[in-house]
Design a protein around this ligand. Structure first.
Ligand code: A1D88
Length: 657
């Protein structure tokens, strides 16, 4: 079956996941039959969809017409045959019990069309086992959404033992049609990718506390403030639901053995029905206590090593078992769990050899199966890491940009397509992503300078020519927009200060790129503008959102809607440009500014940027981040260095420690 042949989708189950998936499919333009076993269940699911679509429309994330049209496309049903007879794809999202699923698949197989694809949203059961309840194992696979499906970007697409390649291809395309990012799981393995990393991580945290080796505060303080994960491990457990983690873990324990034995602390929480946020108490008390309280300064080396070692071991089992390659693991966990860096990158950076030895020691001391290092871990540890062993950054080469190291801890990226006014092509986007990552990973770089090569243009925007080359395909254009948004977003969220040195035209996508820098310095001759509306387009690389944070909504609307060109001085008065300098002084001054920033305190830079980003749409979240970061900085060497230098009237030398 081709993607174009898919018109009607049936979703079995109208619970949290079922109605969420229905909403996603309806928003993508599909007719969706949502079926559950009782009228009240489907009605409830339908009401939830209506509520959610209304919210999206209220927040202007969707037009009122699109919200109404999406709801129109949903048909709530109880009768199985009516729900699936015309369906091209059936997405099963019924409770996670084999017997229930078996019954549903037997009934489904009797009513569905012969060509229909069946996919399951299971998060824990075996795809291969479920496929056996049908007569079409080659047209059956996993399509695992994350909760809530409307908001979460990731979809794991999982192969069963007999799934045909074409089935996986079309289900991935369908996930993309839904506006999601599919990540393929090549082999059916418990927990797939994200749960396979997260659940053992949460279990290890519980073991550390059960065994008296750490406190909850130490674990969460280390997870959040040392490893930089978005939540403490126990905080995450409470969010996910301790019963859910326990259930997945039991399944892993059954299938994979003793390494996955649930920790007594977790078991106790489930027995006491302290299931997390949803029951008002879990590892933290949300009703009678203060909720999640994570100290910034209770870092424990043991916790850090054990948690990383657990992730390393699970990643090794996934990679070594051909379940998923390192890049898929990192992408899935970043999208599914909000990790700023993927687990493979985290453990490689820490040092796989150290983690391997830590596991060997713990295994020798305790004899517990969870510490037994996977063979593949030993292999990669000996090679120096999962990826790019030896970290040979010289191997990276660029065509459309230049990456230079002019000294003073500055990393310089120059867009170098002077024949086309440094316009931004797909190649430039790809190379920018690689370059940002390269500089981010380089301990010797502490500030980024971004320029356009030559004297004519910083960048004249998206390469209209190559854009036209997509033959007017709306999907390709959407993809291009998303790629630009996310590449520029990586620059915006860089942990380092970013200076844009603007000389010449700074138009369209070029201006959107400059908007993602922290500080903009421009030569007098520079010219700015968002001319997209003149082309019948809109700024598609973040311009409709980011510009207003810099110049205010009124000016942003003026710049975008009039599509006028502006000189540097005017843009300085609008607050977009921080400083205007003589044309021949631009490169020297931009480098000087970048090097001054590079000499500053790196941790404080990172925290400042994160706090400001966190507070953009939610001042309370920003203030909370600020307070945590402020506390965390108290324990840094940089603070001592800064204060000592101040007292002694000297210049501080910050080390980022
Ligand atoms: C999501 C993002 C969307 C967008 O960014 S949409 C694009 C927004 N940008 C624009 O609309 C700017 C378009 N370009 C211009 O208006 C002009 O150009 C300039 C003002 C930048 C420069 O004008 P002049 O000095 O007269 O030079 P020239 O002969 O027009 O340009 C030199 C070469 O550069 C190519 N070029 C310039 N901008 C683009 C572009 N955005 N996409 C593709 N090519 C571009 C031209 O075609 C030409 O090339 P050749 O040598 O083959 O004649």
């Amino acid at each position: 079956m081709d993607l174009e042949e898919i018109n009607t989708i049936a979703v079995l189950g109208a619970g949290n996941m079922g109605h969420g998936i229905t909403e996603v499919a309806a928003m993508a333009g599909y007719d969706v039959n949502m079926r559950d076993i009782k009228a009240e269940f489907v009605e409830d699911g339908y009401d939830q969809i209506e509520w959610s679509l209304n919210k999206l429309a209220e927040k202007d994330r969707l037009s009122r017409e699109d919200a109404d049209a999406a709801l129109e496309r949903v048909t709530p049903l109880v009768d199985m045959e009516a729900a699936v007879a015309d369906a091209d794809v059936v997405i099963e999202a019924v409770p996670e019990q084999m017997e229930i699923k078996e019954e549903v698949y037997r009934e489904l197989e009797a009513c569905a069309g012969d060509d229909a694809l069946f996919v399951t949203n299971t998060s824990s059961l075996s795809i291969t086992d479920l496929a056996e309840f049908t007569d079409r194992p080659e047209r059956f696979c996993g399509m695992h959404f994350f909760n809530p499906p409307v908001r979460m970007q990731l979809v794991e697409v999982i192969s069963g033992a007999e799934t045909a390649e074409e089935t996986l291809d079309v289900v991935e395309e369908l996930a993309e049609e839904f506006g999601k990012t599919p990540v393929r799981v090549h082999r059916d393995s418990p927990g797939f990718i994200v749960n396979r990393i997260l659940v053992p991580l949460m279990n290890e945290a519980s073991w550390l506390v059960s065994d008296g080796e750490a406190t909850i505060a130490e674990v969460d303080s280390t997870t959040k403030y040392e490893l930089g994960l978005p939540m403490g491990t126990f905080e995450l457990g409470d969010q996910v639901g301790n019963d859910i983690s326990y259930h997945v873990l039991e399944y892993m324990h059954d299938v994979l053995g003793d390494a996955y034995e649930p920790a007594p602390l977790l078991e106790e929480k489930v027995e006491n029905e302290e299931l997390g946020k949803k029951t008002g108490a879990g590892f933290y008390d949300y009703e009678n206590g203060d909720g999640v309280q994570i100290p910034t300064d209770e870092h424990s080396d043991l916790v850090e090593t054990r948690l990383l070692a657990t992730m390393a071991n699970e990643a090794a089992k996934l990679i070594g078992g051909d379940v998923a390659p390192p890049e898929s693991i990192d992408e899935a966990v970043k999208l599914g769990a909000g990790f700023p860096d993927g687990p493979v990158k985290l453990v490689d950076e820490y040092g796989l050899e150290r983690l391997h030895s830590a596991l060997e020691d713990a295994y020798e001391d305790t004899g517990h199966g969870r510490y037994e290092p996977a063979d593949y871990l030993a292999e990669r540890a000996a090679e120096g890491g999962f990826v790019d062993a030896g970290g040979d950054s010289d191997a990276v080469s660029f065509e459309a940009i230049r990456v230079e190291y002019p000294g003073e801890m500055v990393g310089h990226i120059a867009i170098d397509r002077q024949h086309r006014m440094n316009t931004i092509s797909n190649e430039v986007l790809d190379e920018l992503s690689t370059a940002i990552e390269l500089l981010e990973d380089d301990d010797d770089v502490r500030a980024v300078l971004l320029t356009g090569a030559g004297e004519k243009a910083f960048s004249a925007g998206a390469d209209v020519q190559s854009m036209a080359g997509s033959g007017g395909d709306p999907l390709e254009a959407q993809e291009l927009s998303r790629r630009g948004q996310s590449t520029f977003g990586t620059l915006e969220s860089s942990s380092m200060p970013v200076v844009a040195g603007i000389d010449g035209y700074c138009l369209g996508g070029g201006m959107e790129l400059a908007t993602c820098a922290d500080i903009r310095i421009a030569s007098e001759r520079s010219e700015f503008g968002q001319p997209e509306l003149n082309l019948g387009l809109i700024p598609g690389w973040g311009g409709t959102q980011r510009l207003r944070h810099i110049v205010g909504e009124g000016r942003a609307k003026e710049i975008i809607l009039t599509a006028e060109r502006y000189d540097a001085e005017t843009m300085e008065s609008y607050g977009f440009v921080n400083e205007v300098v003589d044309d021949d002084e631009l490169s020297e001054r931009a480098f000087e500014l970048a090097s001054e920033l590079a000499a500053g305190p790196p941790i404080a830079h990172t925290f400042t940027k994160r706090a400001m980003a966190a507070g953009r749409d939610d001042v309370d979240a920003g203030l909370e981040y600020e307070a945590s970061a402020f506390g965390h900085l108290m324990a840094t060497d940089d603070l001592m260095e800064g204060i000592t230098a101040f007292m002694g009237d000297g210049e501080p030398t910050f080390e980022g420690k």
